[in-house]
Write a protein that binds this ligand. Structure first.
Ligand code: HEM
Length: 227
C-alpha cells in the first residue's frame, strides 16, 4: 500500500515534471517551427471566439488560483486575517466561477471541432487527446469543487509544496478522497504530455507586446511638394 502511494504521489509526479522540462527542451530544439497554438481561426471564427475566450479566461485564472491557494501556506493567509474557513470559502467560490468558465469553454471548443467537417479534417489525434485530457482534468476538478467539500489545506496543499520543494511526502495524500487523487494524477499526466502537444504555445504568450512602445502611424505625405 505504502509503495503504491510512493509510486503514484512521488515517483509519478517527478516523472511527469522531468518529461515536462526535458520534453520542452527537446521539442524546442527539434520542432521550433511547429511551436505554436496551431490556430484554426482561418477556418472558423465565431465559435472559436466564444469558446476560446471563455476557456482561456477560465483556465488562466484557474492556474493562478491553484498557485496562490496551494503553494502559499495557510500561516501566510492567517497573518493577513484569512483563517482556514475563509480561505476555503474563497477557494470554493472563485474555483467554481473560473472552473465553470474553463469547463464550458473547453466543451465549446470540443463541440466546435466535432461539429464542423472542415475542422474535423484538420484535427489530429494529438489535438483530440489534448482537448479530451483538458476536459477530464477540468471536469474532475469542478466535480471536487461542487461535490467534494474536502479541506485540502492540510493534505493536498502541503503535499504539492513538498513536491515543488523536493521534500515529497506521499503519506499526506492518504485519506484524500478519490476524486481529488484522480484530479491531481490526471493533471500530472497532462503536464507530462503537454510538451508534445499544441500546449507549448502557453510559454510563448506575447507578454512583451503589452509593454512595447506605441507605433506611430503617419498620413501618407502625398500632399507635400516633391523634394
Ligand atoms: C498564456 C497565455 C495563453 C495565450 C496567449 C494563448 C493563446 C492561444 C492562441 C492564440 C490560440 C489559437 C487560437 C485560439 O484557439 O484562440 C490558442 C489555442 C488553444 N489554447 Fe491557448 N493560450 C494561452 C494559454 C493556454 C492555457 C493555459 C491552456 C491550457 C492549459 C491553453 C489551451 C489551448 C488550447 C487547447 C487551444 C486550442 C483550441 C482549439 O483550437 O480547439 N492555452 N491559445
Amino acid at each position: 500500500m505504502d509503495l503504491w502511494y510512493t509510486i503514484v504521489f512521488t515517483v509519478f509526479p517527478y516523472l511527469c515534471l522531468t518529461t515536462f522540462v526535458l520534453g520542452h527542451g527537446y521539442r524546442y530544439v527539434t520542432d521550433r517551427y511547429g511551436w505554436n497554438a496551431r490556430s484554426s481561426e482561418f477556418l472558423e471564427k465565431k465559435r472559436l471566439f466564444a469558446g476560446s475566450v471563455i476557456f482561456h479566461a477560465g483556465i488562466i485564472l484557474t492556474f493562478f488560483g491553484h498557485a496562490g491557494g496551494l503553494l502559499i501556506p495557510q500561516r501566510v493567509f492567517d497573518a493577513f486575517g484569512i483563517d482556514a474557513q475563509g480561505h476555503m470559502a474563497i477557494a470554493f467560490w472563485s474555483g467554481l466561477t473560473v472552473g465553470v468558465a474553463a469547463f464550458a469553454g473547453v466543451l465549446l471548443l470540443g463541440w466546435r471541432r466535432l461539429g464542423q467537417p472542415r475542422l474535423k479534417i484538420v484535427t489530429t489525434v494529438n489535438d483530440a487527446v489534448t482537448l479530451a485530457a483538458l476536459t477530464f482534468v477540468i471536469g474532475a476538478g469542478l466535480f471536487n469543487v461542487v461535490f467534494g467539500h474536502y479541506n485540502v489545506l492540510y493534505s493536498v496543499a502541503p503535499w504539492i509544496r513538498g513536491i515543488v520543494s523536493f521534500t515529497p511526502d506521499a503519506a499526506l495524500m492518504r485519506g484524500v478522497p478519490l476524486g481529488y487523487q484522480i484530479h491531481v494524477t490526471a493533471a500530472w499526466a497532462l503536464l507530462g504530455f503537454s510538451p508534445f502537444s499544441r500546449l507549448v504555445h502557453i510559454w510563448s504568450a506575447p507578454l512583451f507586446y503589452l509593454l512595447r512602445p506605441p507605433i506611430l502611424f503617419r498620413r501618407r505625405a502625398g500632399h507635400l511638394p516633391p523634394a
